[in-house]
Design a binder for this molecule. Structure first.
Ligand SMILES: *[C@@H]1O[C@H](CO)[C@@H](O)[C@H](O)[C@H]1NC(C)=O
Ligand SMILES: *[C@@H]1O[C@H](CO)[C@@H](O)[C@H](O)[C@H]1NC(C)=O
Ligand SMILES: *[C@@H]1O[C@H](CO)[C@@H](O)[C@H](O)[C@H]1NC(C)=O
Ligand SMILES: *[C@@H]1O[C@H](CO)[C@@H](O)[C@H](O)[C@H]1NC(C)=O
Length: 412
């Protein structure tokens, strides 16, 4: 989930010192998939996209389970590299205030380890808002059997008293096979927390950084695999279980200062048509920041770029779009042998590198009428890689001294 606040980062760098004690083991957690086909209100950054018109696409979201407080209260948390703050609904938040019945709510009075913090929490997502108060608590990540795998004693997070948007809009009768996402786990960087961005309140570490600083994971890194049922979050290591190839790494944007987002600099895109032989030159004029956002669905491209890529893919200058601007294409493209490459500079050595995906991975069909759509969507604002693309890769997020992101294709 991309937050809309964009502010200068003036603070010191978030470079981390390596802990010296004995190295702990990495932790693997299931990243559970939830299909939001019927009423997939969880899709974000939808801009003018009217969701009903896309009703039949299988949009998915991935969540982790956490337990908060003593005794533990359990929540399903959207795993979101596009934001940095973590929140759960509070028992003080009623349905009228945006916390409908199926959501689990945190009762702070019932926890002996709860420590209230004074400053308020307010976050504005591209669609939706949440507000409440910060607190510190004991938080555990649990596996599918609700066994606690790792516990942070004193994590800063927020309880939400008021919420609007995708989380609030989940409905009991329609959604998600009876599974609901209760809150958001922001796996972003400390400089991207709203407290930091707004310069209010004590700075705090996001979950991955807290785990590393507490010496609970061996390395300042986590890996995300969203390969359907095998979805997995590996905390503290590079996960190679499902990859077919080497990782390609690129530095995150502003990595030399104090980066606030999981964002890479994309140098360009290229469409390769094997039949024609020569790939089309297809570049941005300037390197463009691109969010790597597990909490978004689509891939978002600047409008002109999206149009040009769609024209290349369809071999036509007459683009067909539905009412909300999603490209409609020939379903034959689901079998296309052509590919699209995304270029960026290597984290080490600065050479131009790419990840390449088959065009067939960029096409999806609607169940209702069999129409086919492209999985990228024109956006006025930023470039974003959402989970429809990311689930074809294992993605590594390294928050060490030289923060970088790596991609390797998943094997099926
Ligand atoms: C919250 O916990 C307190 C203390 O256990 C209890 O008295 C109260 O009824 C709970 N509130 C809700 C809304 O469950
Ligand atoms: C990088 O930093 C500059 C200046 O602080 C800021 O304007 C820009 O938005 C940042 N880029 C990204 C991708 O965060
Ligand atoms: C693209 O379209 C042109 C003209 O419509 C046609 O001549 C050409 O063969 C097409 N290329 C491919 C790869 O389909
Ligand atoms: C993308 O990178 C691979 C090596 O990782 C290279 O073999 C391939 O030619 C590159 N693709 C393009 C279109 O440049």
């Amino acid at each position: 989930m991309h937050i809309t606040t964009v502010l200068l980062i003036l603070s010191a760098s978030s470079i981390l010192a390596a802990p010296t004690a004995n190295k702990p083991q990495p932790i693997q957690l299931p990243l559970q998939m939830i299909q939001t086909t019927k009423n997939h209100q969880l899709s974000k950054r939808s801009e003018s996209l009217s969701l009903q018109l896309l009703e039949e696409i299988d949009l998915i979201q991935f969540f982790v389970k956490i337990q908060v407080g003593t005794p533990a209260q359990e929540f399903n948390m959207l795993f979101d590299t596009g934001s940095a703050d973590t929140w759960v609904p509070s028992t003080e938040c009623s349905a009228a205030l945006g916390c409908p019945q199926p959501l689990k709510r945190f009762n702070s009075s019932a926890s002996s380890t709860y420590k209230a913090l004074k400053d308020p929490f307010v976050i504005q997502y591209a669609i939706g808002t949440a507000s409440g108060t910060y607190f510190k608590e004991k938080v555990s990540f649990v596996n599918g059997n609700d066994e606690q795998l790792i516990t942070i004693k004193d994590q800063t997070m927020a309880k939400v008293l008021n919420s609007a948007g995708p989380i609030s809009d989940q409905k009991k009768d329609k959604d998600n096979d009876g599974i609901f996402i209760d809150g958001i786990l922001g796996a972003g960087l400390p400089s991207g927390t709203v407290r930091h961005l707004n310069g209010v309140g004590e700075k705090y570490d996001t979950f991955p950084v807290s785990l590393y600083k507490a010496n609970l994971i061996p390395d300042p890194v986590f890996s995300v695999s969203m390969n359907g049922m095998h979805g997995k979050l590996t905390l503290g290591a590079i996960d190679t279980e499902y990859v077919t190839d080497d990782f390609v790494y690129t530095s995150i944007a502003n990595s030399s200062t104090s980066p606030s987002r999981w964002s890479i600099m994309v140098e360009g895109l290229q469409f390769s048509n094997k039949e024609v032989g020569t790939p089309k030159p297809f570049k941005f004029n300037t390197p463009t920041p691109c969010g790597v956002d597990t909490g978004s669905n689509f891939m978002y491209l600047p409008t002109q770029m999206a149009n040009e890529l769609a024209m290349d893919i369809t071999n036509s200058t007459h683009l067909k779009k539905n009412d909300v601007g999603v490209y409609l294409v020939d379903c034959g493209l689901q079998k296309s042998q052509e590919s699209v490459s995304i270029f960026f500079r290597a984290a080490a050595g600065n050479a131009l590198q790419n990840i390449t995906m088959p065009v067939s991975d960029l096409v999806t069909s609607k169940k209702e009428d069999g129409q086919c759509l492209l999985k990228f969507y024109p956006s006025d604002s930023s470039l974003t890689l959402g989970n429809m693309v990311l689930r074809k890769y294992v993605t590594v997020f390294d928050f060490g001294p030289y923060p970088h992101i790596g991609f390797a294709p998943v094997k099926y």
